[in-house]
Design a binder for this molecule. Structure first.
Ligand SMILES: [Zn+2]
Length: 92
């Protein structure tokens, strides 16, 4: 059995479509990970227990309001990371 944060799945599922709307945003692996981390730090986690490692996102998490919260957090994250990208910095 595993414990998984369904919000993490939703963030990764929506990351690319939000990123596609931001002109000139970097899409490198580091920036995408930073965007996901930033958004996840702003969203309340919702954990579920899963037997097979697959995340079954329950209907209660798929309300329009919840999806909007995820998209909003992602849009903020894209703006933040675009302004202060961490890619290629020596201390990393
Ligand atoms: Zn980048």
């Amino acid at each position: 059995m595993e414990v998984k944060n369904v919000v993490e799945s939703l963030v990764w599922n929506n990351l690319d479509s939000v990123l596609a709307h931001k002109e000139g945003a970097c899409r490198c692996e580091r920036c995408r990970a930073d965007i996901a981390a930033y958004a996840l730090n702003r969203l309340k986690p919702r954990y579920v227990v899963t037997a097979e490692g697959e995340v079954y996102v329950k209907a209660e998490f798929l309300t329009p309001q919840f999806q909007l919260d995820v998209i909003t957090a992602l849009a903020e994250a894209v703006n933040q990371v675009s302004e202060h990208p961490n890619h290629g910095q020596p201390e990393e």
